[in-house]
Design a protein around this ligand. Sequence first.
Ligand SMILES: *[C@@H]1O[C@H](CO)[C@@H](O)[C@H](O)[C@H]1NC(C)=O
Ligand SMILES: *[C@@H]1O[C@H](CO)[C@@H](O)[C@H](O)[C@H]1NC(C)=O
Length: 801
Amino acid sequence: MLSVLALTAGLQSDQCQAQQQQQELDSSLWWGTYRPNLYFGTRPRLPSSLVSGLMWFGLDDRLNWQRIRHSCELGDNLAEYGYSRHNGRDFGEQSMLDNDQGVEIKSTFIKVPGERGGSWAVRFTGRTLAENMQGVSLAYYFGLEGNGTISMAVKAGAAQIKGSTPDLGKFRIRIVPAKSNRRPPVPSDLRNSVGVQAGSKINGVGMRVAKADIWKAKDLYQDKLLESARARINAFSEYAENAGSLPGSILFGMDNSGLGSGNNLFIAQMVVHGEFSFDVIYECEDKSARIDSDAIVAIASNRRKEFDSRFEAIFGLAEKGFSPEQIEMARNALSNLIGGIGYFYGSGLVSSEPKPDHIDGADDVVDAELSEPYALFATTPSRPFFPRGFLWDEGFHQLVLGQWDSDLGLEIVRSWFRTMDDNGWIAREQILGDEARNKVPREFQVQYPNFANPPTILFTVEALADRLLAQGLSSSSKDDMLQAGSEQSQEGVCDELHLLRSKLADLAQYSVRLLEFFQNTQAGDKLSRVDTVSPSAFGYRWRGRTENHTLTSGLDDYPRARLPSKYELHVDLFSWATFMTRLNTELASLTESDNEASELRKTGGELKSHLEQLDEIHWNEHDKMYCDVTMQVRDDYDELEDEDGSGGLERVFVCHRGYVSLFPMLLGLVSPNSGKLGHILDMIEDPEELWTEYGVRSLSKNDEYYGQGENYWRGPIWININYLVLSSLHRNYMTVKGPYQEQARRIYTGLRENLVNNVFAQYRDTRFFWEQYNPESGSGQRTHPFTGWTTLIVNVMAEKY
Ligand SMILES: *[C@@H]1O[C@H](CO)[C@@H](O)[C@H](O)[C@H]1NC(C)=O
Ligand SMILES: *[C@@H]1O[C@H](CO)[C@@H](O)[C@H](O)[C@H]1NC(C)=O
């Protein structure tokens, strides 16, 4: 595998590399809706800079000011929210329906290119839901988390912010309510009272807060509201008895205090009733990037059209005959995955020591410290529930995003790889900064350097390698392909093939290191003392096991050996290691030359021995399935007679029909001609085992753990694994001649139809995508909206595998 590394080093000066870096700095990825934990928020991809966000609360209920909407919360009970279109670059539109507080809000975000990230604008439109209600208070804020200055003025019916930071340079911002906005009517008996004013369309407040506290904008706003309400009640009570009955629109106003410079958090508030609209316009200093309020609608309308035609060009769903409603669902799925992209910066809690095996059930406490702050650009599985990066989810997300915008996807993949440490380790859950930590119980915050996670992130590398092979073979001779990106390439030449080649060489080094990390940290205990397997046998074991959980495997409570032991060997992990070995072999072949032939033979050999071992260690001929394995002392073991100290261990299979047992097939490690494939397909197709009308369930109906305990991965249907079933059938078994080709096709066709129909039916009824689906009823369950890997339904519809 050294060959890949050597080649990468040789590329440093290459033209393509330069072009690639250029792309990374592309100003279209500077600003974005990169605060997906909020209903709406923006920030640039800069560590400590200018952040913004939307807040609102209804004025009917006197306690609503304590339930301000800001970060997406399940408890807010929004009937619907999410993006109907988001292109990830310069356009995104979203709607939010808040029945409890009586308001519907739409946001339309656009960007205009320019220096230092260019300019952007968002138009909010909406309406209060009932004529006889008090109205709603809308707030939009800007806060500076780093160096620089900002100040606000409220004049000419708008809030105007000016400022500059070292990164953004000078900028100006306008928050402009539409002229047609109406304030809620003031009751007639109050209209002429002293101390009660009709109020203007927009007010503001500024304050100085610790840079690290800007993310708490909602709490700070709440304090101001309380302060202002108290002051107004006091003022009013001098003249009237019933001060407590002041309507919310009068009670909760901002007083335009603290607007000068020196403060770093500015909130503009608008109290509205009926239909309303307001613009937030951020402009960089670059004069070519001015945004006229009147132009927002036209720009958005163009981008909407572009989005729709590009969506059809890529996914071809209309051509495949899907209904407009199904296509709308698919568009929303992609858009919400993109709307879930975030930029995170901060420190994570990391243990410098590996966590010892948790075998005796003792809670081994290991010291953890905050890491140096670092950045991560990532997609997120669920805006309310998991608004942060998860390594194994990311790989699945990239399968969807990569179809839409592979450069954007690569930017994210590279960001993850940059977090890799010297040992090849990447923390599986990225909880960076106080804002992120605030959402995670302490016991789950610490990341351990010996905990792995499925290397799905390498799906992207695999896809690139496949693309290079396909293009290289079709467009030029193999020699040309191998030359591409090397130093012999002509000055300035950077065609698609060269660029692809260069990107792949850059990523290959991480693939090599990740496999080394798995080999060094997840190796199984030596099997050599077991007499039923060959002396050279090896296997892998997930670290981080507890009695009922293997969180590191990604399949948390899927049943494993009843009691954790250091003798366990996990078949899903073995499959992942084999997948990585195969990928690295392929990468090595893309760098092939004479002097590397011996290296190649070696990696090729590793793949062969992995495939043999998989069958030898994990295939259970009695149950006709792949199983986890553990060791136990033989019943007839007599220590007195144990001359060589073998301990009398024997191999015991731990077999649970379900996702774990499918992994060798999911990753295409079972030969199309193998009888084993037939047994696996039979298990999938059997309604008494894994088959349901709604998708393949995680654990067999006949398993003793089916539906038991937390019932997380013990029956419910997960879209990511169902996608893997389909993609493997499509790529490896359906199109290749073999005894099971017809069966593979039948399963593929039926499963695809069941999945699409059910995810669509649930979406139609609930307007949400769900974390998992019930194997008995098909109902969406647990976290929602879950717009992470459930969005793979788009690839399934489009048959993009
Ligand atoms: C802010 O300015 C101070 C003083 O000039 C400097 O030490 C610090 O690194 C700056 N912080 C950032 C985030 O740029
Ligand atoms: C694991 O599950 C078993 C069976 O449900 C239960 O008896 C046991 O208490 C659980 N162990 C822990 C540590 O929660």
